[in-house]
Ligand binder design. Structure first.
Ligand SMILES: [Fe+2]
Length: 178
């Protein structure tokens, strides 16, 4: 994708249908049309599009290992893991994934085990510009700081049982830099 020629309109938690109907960005619409087929079609599909103009050292999201997904669950609600497709273009500040599956003890000991693992994950994978990754709400990942100044576009598709989407005009926002 050619970032220089795109209107840099960012959205957060936009419903897929609304983005496809309202966005004036044919390259992103075409990407979403294809990538959405990777997700369960019986759930709400939401789109994040984030344009960043980064200086060296800027991080395009809160730094630190974390998982995505909803944590507010009503009692008795059956909830599947959220599914994601993440696509990043720009060659600066590529998202990093931790590929390890770890099993920990319950309680404080488990918290300590996770902290130790985060400090030294055995296997990491850094997304390459122009490629996408699929993951779910158990997969640890983190934003990385930009190595040099440059533009960055992130597109994230999410299929969720519980997270509600916004229409395009209400989903537009200005992404921050950390
Ligand atoms: Fe994340």
């Amino acid at each position: 994708m050619d970032l220089g020629s795109m209107p840099p309109i960012s959205v957060k938690n936009c419903t897929l249908d609304s983005y496809l109907d309202e966005s004036q960005n044919p390259e992103i619409v075409s990407f979403l049309d294809t990538a959405a087929a990777l997700l369960d079609q019986d759930r709400t599909i939401l789109v994040d599009v984030k344009f960043h103009d980064l200086q060296a050292g800027d991080t395009p999201a809160l730094p630190g290992w974390h998982v995505d997904g909803s944590t507010l669950i009503k009692r008795g609600m059956k909830k599947r893991k959220e599914q994601y497709v993440l696509y990043v273009v720009g060659d600066v500040a590529m998202t990093e994934f931790c590929l390890d599956q770890i099993e920990v003890d319950p309680g404080p000991k488990g918290i300590q085990q996770i902290a130790e693992h985060r400090a030294n994950p055995a296997r990491c994978f850094k997304l390459r510009s122009g490629f996408y990754a699929t993951y779910d709400s158990l997969q640890m990942h983190r934003a990385t700081p930009a190595e040099e100044s440059g533009k960055r576009l992130l597109i994230r598709l999410m299929a969720s049982d519980t997270i509600l989407g916004l229409p395009y005009d209400r989903a537009i926002f200005n992404p921050t830099i950390r």
